[in-house]
Design a protein. Structure first.
Length: 456
């Protein structure tokens, strides 16, 4: 039995190793980035936030495009996703009622659209109907809804395109809340702006601000996270701090009283990461243990109950938790072996386990196989070639065994052409551009090759 157990652990590590790299939650949907550069989305798709060209919901992860992504983020109150490709270009999709997509329109998008042509984007975050992004040079950019000053440009006018905020070049991280924004500078200061009715800006007032306003004078902030109307942050000394709305105990101080300045939670100094969902909080300590508190009406705390908690409560005994994402009423987490887990509200399939049933404790989500992932670990040495490449009209596949299926994907990952039992493929009808050719031979082995279609 001991040998079987060790074998199971070994196989599990292979199954999940290098699978999920980062995860993010939208309001009723989820998005994840794998270590192979593919992005996957699941759950609610009313506004096209799954990015698959449809508005069909999915209870399992669906791949978006090909393996070329670096960042893919949403937010616990958002219905859109903002992503960055490996080449530094900015893309977004989903809800766009206030211009939060950033393409100059207010039309929802159900597949990724590129925002301008710049190639120096670094990181992103999504508020309820606004977007925030950082460039490699440390500048801050916002767009979308601005009725409460959440864009930080000193106005209350919506912006349908990315707009630079100020001239500072030392912005380090950004998080979008519900009608407000939270940001961290490289020298360890925290800044906020937008709606402040619940004290979520943390400046000691309940007055909204339309320009970045520093929170206190501390210069040792390390991580930040914005929920709906409350925030959680960790200092470099490992202490945990929260502020804002506290109607359900989401601040974790044992009360249900709002706080308009950051307050320390307990005396522990071993907090590693913490995220704010909508009215609940999730965190991991440096020992790898998982902790939650706040609203629990949809099992979002993952402790097997539906009872609210106003102090941090440990979930299970596992000590291998690594990353987190807090959603509206659901959460995602990654373990050190790359496995993905989820729990809470699931009516739209946002947990990704193939069901729409609530989960009161974390459940594992299968590491789905990429539609463009190959079984050959070294394509350069694989005994398969396509030529001519580039081509204008057709290309030929040369392989030692017969070809069974050929699928051609565009740069967004959409199938644009497919044939069976052929090794000469005519692509004259396709527009000029770069395509990915997925080839399956009669032995069931698959390969992926890139091809360039030249103009006639």
């Amino acid at each position: 039995m001991k040998k079987i157990g060790l074998l199971f652990l070994f196989l599990s590590s292979i199954l999940f190793s290098q699978c999920w790299k980062e995860v993010s939650t939208g309001r009723w949907n989820s998005v994840g980035l794998k270590s192979d550069g593919t992005v996957w989305a699941w759950g609610n798709n009313l506004y096209g936030q799954l990015g698959d060209g449809t508005n069909n919901y999915s209870s399992v992860p669906l791949q978006i495009g090909i393996a070329e992504w670096k960042v893919a983020n949403s937010g616990p109150t958002a219905d859109h996703i903002i992503a960055i490709k490996l080449n530094g270009t900015l893309w977004s999709w989903g809800g766009n009622n206030a211009g939060q997509i950033g393409d100059g329109t207010s039309t929802h998008k159900n597949s990724p659209v590129q925002i301008n042509t710049q190639t120096d984007w670094k990181n992103t975050s999504a508020g309820s109907a606004h977007s925030i992004a950082l460039k490699n040079n440390g500048t801050l950019w916002t767009w979308g809804l601005n009725n409460d000053g959440q864009l930080g440009d000193g106005t209350s006018n919506n912006k349908p395109f990315p707009t630079q905020i100020g001239t500072a070049t030392n912005w380090e991280d950004i998080k979008g809340g519900n009608l407000y924004t939270l940001a961290l500078k490289s020298e360890g200061t925290i800044w906020s702006w937008g709606n402040n009715l619940q004290g979520q800006l943390g400046d000691g007032t309940n007055i909204s601000k339309n320009i970045p306003t520093q929170i206190g004078t501390a210069t040792n902030w390390k991580t930040i996270s914005a929920g709906s109307n409350h925030n959680v942050a960790i200092k470099t000394d490992g202490t945990l701090w929260t502020w804002g709305y506290n109607g359900y105990g989401q601040l974790g101080d044992g009360t249900n009283t709002n706080k308009n300045v950051p307050i320390q939670i307990g005396t522990a100094n071993n907090w590693k990461t913490a995220v704010a969902g909508v009215n609940h909080t999730v965190a991991i300590k440096t020992d790898g243990t998982l902790w939650t508190w706040g609203l629990n009406d949809n099992a979002q705390l993952g402790d097997g109950t539906f009872i609210n908690k106003n102090i941090p409560t440990q979930i299970g005994i596992a000590s291998d938790w690594s990353q987190l994402a807090g959603g509206h009423y659901h959460n995602l987490a990654i373990k050190t072996n790359g496995s993905l887990w989820s729990w809470g509200f699931n009516s739209y399939g946002q947990l990704g386990d193939g069901t729409t049933d609530f989960k009161t404790s974390p459940v594992a989500i299968t590491c789905s196989t990429s539609v463009l992932q190959t079984q050959d670990l070294d394509l350069n040495n694989a005994n398969i070639t396509i030529y001519p490449n580039p081509t204008k009209i057709m290309f030929q596949i040369e392989h030692k065994v017969n070809i069974k299926n050929v699928q051609i994907f565009n740069e967004e990952g959409r199938i644009v052409h497919s044939v069976q039992n052929k090794n000469i493929i005519n692509i004259q009808s396709l527009p000029k551009g770069i395509y990915w050719v997925k080839i399956e031979d009669v032995n069931g082995k698959m390969f992926t090759k890139k091809i360039v279609r030249n103009q006639d």
